[in-house]
Write a protein that binds this ligand. Structure first.
Ligand code: PRP
Length: 179
């Protein structure tokens, strides 16, 4: 698997350090509240587990599955809701956790879907932000890392559902997806 990785963009240590910082920031901002972390599957899976543990306040969790990508590296632009949340989010403080904001289409769909449930507040926390690829006007309230326009995998992010188990964020060799 490692021979298909061109370089490590964000090391495991850097990821964990930044997640600890974000967790302390969220703990301060949500002190006295009981937020619901809503993760957007599947890419968020590792970030979700680390992020909720890094935020030492009373909270609840829920998960959605939304998909925009077909096979390959380009978004199809079509968003499909594959799994909805199960908690009642009305009047709740919702923190959406995402692994990456690329075009922003997934997040726009997610936010509109969750806002229709009338939460008390809704904020977005993304591990990675790739602003160069944005096609819709949306931004996160909490950002782990702003990254260049490179095809990244690892730490939950995939190519054709592979590489999610890498503990770091790496850049995939172009020959892997140009084959
Ligand atoms: C990826 C990623 C984000 C989304 C970002 O998910 O996990 O959710 O794309 O792209 P966008 O900003 O262009 O919408 P994907 O749809 O590939 O599903 P996955 O999380 O199951 O890999």
């Amino acid at each position: 698997m490692m021979q298909e990785i061109e370089k490590v963009l964000i090391s495991e240590e850097a990821l964990q350090k930044r997640i600890q910082e974000l967790g302390m920031e969220l703990a301060r901002d949500y002190e006295g509240k009981t937020p619901v972390f809503v993760g957007v599957l599947k890419g968020v899976i590792l970030f979700f587990g680390d992020m909720i543990r890094a935020t030492p306040i009373r909270s609840q969790i829920d998960l959605m599955a939304v998909s925009s990508y077909g096979a390959g590296t380009e978004s199809s632009g079509k968003i499909v809701l594959k799994k909805d949340v199960s908690l009642n989010l009305e009047g709740r403080h919702v923190i959406v956790l995402e692994d990456i904001i690329d075009t922003g289409l997934t997040l726009k769909f997610t936010v509109e879907h969750l806002k229709a449930m009338h939460p008390a507040s809704l904020k977005i926390c993304t591990l990675l932000d790739k602003p160069a690829r944005r096609t819709v006007d949306i931004s996160a309230d909490y950002v782990g890392f702003t990254i260049p326009n490179e095809f990244v995998v690892g730490y939950g992010l995939d190519y054709n559902d592979y590489y999610r188990n890498l503990p770091f964020i790496g850049v995939l060799k172009p020959e892997v997806y140009e084959k």
